[in-house]
Design a protein around this ligand. Sequence first.
Ligand SMILES: Nc1ncnc2c1ncn2[C@@H]1O[C@H](COP(=O)(O)OP(=O)(O)OP(=O)(O)O)[C@@H](O)[C@H]1O
Ligand code: SF4
Ligand SMILES: [Mg+2]
Length: 336
Amino acid sequence: MQGRTGDHACVLQVRDLHVTFKADGESAEALRGMNLDLRQGEIHGLVGESGAGKSVLLHTLLNLNRGASFVRTTGRVLYEERNLLELFEPEIRRIRGAEIAIVFQEPAKHLNPGLTIEEHIRDLLRYHLGVTRRPAGARTAELLELVELPLRVLRQYAFELSGGMQQRAMIALAIACNPRVLLADEPTTALDVTVQRQILELLLRLRAELGLSVLFVSHDLAVVREVADRVSVLYGGKLIENAENSALFDRALHPYTELLLRSVPSAAMRGRALNVIPGTVPDATAVPPGCAFHPRCPIAAERCAIELPELRAHHEDHSVACFFPGQLVEPAGRQG
Ligand SMILES: Nc1ncnc2c1ncn2[C@@H]1O[C@H](COP(=O)(O)OP(=O)(O)OP(=O)(O)O)[C@@H](O)[C@H]1O
Ligand code: SF4
Ligand SMILES: [Mg+2]
């Protein structure tokens, strides 16, 4: 059984997720009450500036936060009626890589330097599917073909591959066990345009053929616009807008989303100064009170610095966390 939002089956539901780290002795809240639904068979784009919490969200879904700076996670990640955050490590390990797979933002950090690409894939197939040597060999070759890597890569170590090849090897590993959910953190960033296109087409095909559900993080809004069915915008560790693709790109309601879209260079702007969002993303150790975007928002009112706007449905299937949705175009000076 899966969760539902309205009439839509959800494969993953995130509820009130908080993640805290320690940075230079200070508490850093990377996620501050994140809620998100990943629907069955959708490609769900996650966008937001650097430091918004996109990678932390993906790592938290698979309970991967580690290290001395990690303090705690609270909230729920619901999958198959279980809260993944409550599972013991052997249980979550059976899901990780087999049912929910991740393509890490920095593949080199996550590929074992002591294993060849073939050993990575074989170990995964043996662990999750109990596949023995010969069938594993056939599947390994098939995976490499899917991500358009030459067979010689099987005998190579990650450090012998280019950034783009590492990324494709990581994608091959992620889809090796035919997962239901793929968490893809900037999966095409290090790739040139032609390979990027192949990977995007592969994702679309896997979604169509296997019903794969994908959380797709990208800083490239043009790519998100092209492949995502639905888009969520993150700011300061919270989800601030969520809508179906065309609603978000054509009728953004949150001032931050609107400014983010306006900052994308276009041919029509040739020769003109780029639109940039004033100010910087808040540091996780010092997120402003009230609406975290208020120091940068051109239409911020008094209440924005005091009250926290909750994510609410503005109209069907389009949610936003702002006291004045859709009003960026109006003159400033409104009173809260
Ligand atoms: N291990 C950690 N220790 C301390 N702070 C962390 C740690 N991991 C993440 N953070 C902080 O959490 C916040 C969110 O980081 P995250 O990596 O999720 O950003 P992001 O949205 O993925 O950015 P980018 O687009 O640059 O990849 C940042 O302020 C970051 O400094
Ligand atoms: S709540 Fe206020 S500060 Fe925040 S985005 Fe909306 S108008 Fe701007
Ligand atoms: Mg990241």
